[in-house]
Design a protein around this ligand. Structure first.
Ligand code: SF4
Ligand code: SF4
Length: 692
């Protein structure tokens, strides 16, 4: 009875402290902004099974990832034993789940083996942290406190496993001495039971009690320590994955408040729905401006550094570290929340998340490549928060870099990021290209709209790609047309550089024109246009089937409409660079590869390919501005990947990637022997002559 009373008191204290923490956290969450309601529970459940329970992201690093996955799965099994201990402690029973019979044997045996596995792995993790210099464990954001926190948590887990194994071994020794009745199966406990063979029954009992109490009290302590440590993910990883976004990574959230304003600007008599959204400011300046999900992300972050390790900006020595963005948000909220809770929204400590924690230099260094979000094992989304900070800088402070302000003016005045007149949008053509307005005048609606894009219309190198694709369309006798001088910037670059107002103005105008022509299917060579039209225009009323030219070419090839004369490239070695907005953002990896394999028998992959591919360095507005200072340009790092393959032709499928990799070859003085080409160019050059 005394044991039960002591146990109940310990449990009461544990729950008391825990609920105090929860209440405090709930009040902080109330300071943050709402998001769209959480829906699609079935899909979320499947994602949780894959990502959280299946650990499919963490094992993208097969060796160390599998070790972490084993620790996770081990904890899940051991948890059943911990629940049993709590019931035993309160009820005064001994191994109450023993009634499960053979199932109990399986559970106890698994937990026993997992305890040993975890013990070994934790020793390895400790050695790695203490004696091996792993790059991702370091960085400006990784203070001594972070390292101490990690070491402390690892030590606690180590002690938990030692006490569990000790408990199992002393229990099994009791079974041998027939002092306790057999319940469960303990393969490791059986092996270790010999350590207790010379003890009397009373000594054995004392040892078992010591291990039992140490284990449960460590659990109680651990449970309350976790919310204050980087190991809060032990609780939050499963809910965070369940609540994470289901949309493609390339999609950015729509700002309803901006939509209302833009609709009224474009048409003052327009009927707009007031969602009641409280718009104190556009974007994120400080911790209380973030959404509850951003804050949950920051609490869940384990500081593992997998995001920073793949960040092209960080890899090339720039200040940006996606892990730091999460850590800074958590730290800033910890600093500011008490004042906000005490004094309300008016509380001002004359500090903010931007500038006091995260510098504009970090914010503008992001290419929005989504490598960080793709890699994070807990489905944390960093780019959305970075864009929200850009939205604040642009829409509240007009504090974008000079080159970015210039592209805003160009888009506003000319409908393109470059300073070319909209009337010159058809100057790229060298052969007649059907125009929507002309066909509409004849009462015709073509099957496809070919969206040429600003690069296709104005960039001298990329005009060749637009011409090549038109050559293919004509060869295939596709019923298509372009918008010609009615085409304008998709707004993608404006949105990714924080100018939501300009994006929505472009999007709503484009949608009005396309809907006016009854456009249903859109073809584009630009993955950025593809992403924006496919994922972001629907929320603004533009619903189209959007097809990237790599998908279209693959389809034509598989249907047999497109035949390729593979003599042109057959003897050359080809490699492929995955554009971020096609690959990671939208999961389109294979179509280009299928077409390339039909062109050449010698196709080599770069070491970083598909979802692991490194960004070319041009996304998120970087194409139009100087890169932040670092040790290397991102495009040079990616060019090195291409050079390593020994390929003679580097194939890509994006206007930005084409420019960046071409520059990379020039800087390496390799432009004479290594060609950088768009897939459309290769196909156009390989069309059977007689059919052209
Ligand atoms: S989106 Fe890309 S550049 Fe931006 S933080 Fe993530 S990994 Fe780095
Ligand atoms: S954000 Fe994700 S990947 Fe990055 S450190 Fe945190 S948990 Fe690791």
């Amino acid at each position: 009875m005394t044991k039960q009373l002591l146990f109940a008191a310990a449990l009461l204290v544990t729950f008391g402290v825990f609920f105090y923490t929860l209440r405090r956290l709930a009040r902080i969450f109330k300071l943050t902004h709402k998001t769209e309601p959480v829906r699609q529970f079935g899909k979320r459940l499947m994602m949780t099974l894959r990502v959280a329970f299946g650990q499919n992201k963490i094992i993208r690093k097969p060796v160390v990832g599998s070790m972490h996955a084993l620790v996770f799965w081990g904890f899940c099994v051991i948890l059943i034993g911990s629940i049993e201990m709590v019931i035993d402690g309160l009820a005064g029973t001994d191994r109450i789940f023993r009634f499960l019979g053979v199932v109990y044997d399986v559970i106890t045996a698994s937990a026993d083996v997992f305890a040993l596995v975890i013990l070994v792995l934790i020793i390895f993790f400790l050695i790695r942290r203490l004696f091996m210099r792993i790059k991702r464990f370091n960085g400006i954001e990784m203070s001594h406190r972070s390292h101490r926190d990690a070491l402390f948590a690892l030590t606690l887990i180590l002690l938990l496993m030692v006490s569990l194994l000790g408990m199992n071994a002393s229990y099994y020794a009791g079974v041998i001495q027939q002092y306790v009745e057999t319940a469960g199966y303990f393969p490791v406990g059986r092996l270790l039971a010999g350590l207790f063979s010379n003890l009397t029954i009373s000594q054995l009992h004392s040892w078992h009690e010591l291990f039992w109490w140490s284990h449960i009290l460590l659990i109680f302590f651990f449970a309350n320590y976790l919310p204050y440590s980087k190991h809060f993910h032990v609780y939050l990883s499963i809910p965070n994955v369940f609540l994470s976004r289901l949309e493609p990574l390339g999609k950015l959230s729509n700002m309803e408040s901006v939509t209302r304003e833009v609709k009224l600007m474009l048409e003052p008599s327009a009927e707009v729905v007031d969602t009641g959204e409280d718009v104190a400011r556009f974007g994120v300046l400080d911790a209380q401006d973030v959404t509850w999900k951003n804050y949950l992300d920051s609490l869940t972050c384990t500081q593992c550094g997998r995001c920073t390790e793949v960040c092209p900006a960080n890899i090339t020595g720039k200040k940006l570290s996606p892990r730091k963005i999460m850590m800074d948000l958590r730290a800033r909220m910890k600093e500011k929340a008490p004042g906000l809770l005490r004094e309300g929204a008016a509380f001002d400590d004359h500090k903010s998340l931007i500038r006091d924690y995260i510098s504009p230099e970090e914010i503008w260094a992001c290419t929005t490549c989504n490598a960080c979000a793709r890699e994070c094992p807990l489905n944390i989304n960093h780019p959305s928060l970075i864009i929200d900070m850009r939205r604040y800088l642009v829409m509240e402070e007009s504090a974008a870099p000079g080159e970015i302000n210039a592209i805003f003016s160009n888009i506003e005045n000319n409908g393109a990021p470059w300073q070319f007149a909209q009337d010159d949008r058809m100057n790229w053509t060298t052969e007649p290209v059907p125009v929507m307005a002309d066909l509409a005048a004849q009462g015709k609606t073509p099957e496809y709209l070919f969206w040429v894009g600003s690069a296709g219309a104005f960039d001298d190198r990329y005009k060749q790609v637009a011409r090549a694709f038109v050559k293919i369309l004509n060869f295939l006798k596709i019923d298509y047309a372009v918008l010609g001088t009615e085409e304008s910037s998709s707004g993608d670059v404006a949105r990714r550089t924080g100018n939501e107002m300009l994006f929505q103005m472009q999007a709503l105008s484009n949608i009005e024109i396309m809907n006016g022509y009854g456009v249903q299917k859109i073809l584009t060579c630009d993955p950025h246009v593809f992403n924006t039209f496919k994922n972001e225009y629907p929320e603004l009323g533009g619903h189209y089937t959007v097809i990237h030219h790599t998908q279209f070419l693959e389809q034509m090839l598989q249907e047999g409409s497109l035949t390729i004369d593979n003599q042109v490239y057959n003897k050359q070695v080809l490699t492929y660079h995955d554009p971020c907005y096609l690959g990671r953002a939208n999961q389109v990896y294979e179509p280009a590869r299928t077409v390339i394999r039909s062109l050449s028998g010698s196709f080599v992959e770069m070491k970083r390919n598909r979802s692991f591919a490194l960004c070319c360095g041009a996304g998120g507005g970087q194409m139009f501005k100087e890169a932040e200072s670092g040790e290397k340009e991102i495009f040079m790092e990616r060019t090195d990947d291409a050079l390593e393959t020994g390929a003679e032709v580097v194939v890509t499928a994006c206007p930005y990637c084409l420019v960046m990799l071409t520059d990379g070859m020039k800087y390496n003085n390799r432009e004479a022997d290594i060609k950088v080409k768009d897939l459309a160019e290769l196909v156009a050059e390989s069309l059977p002559n007689e059919n052209i």
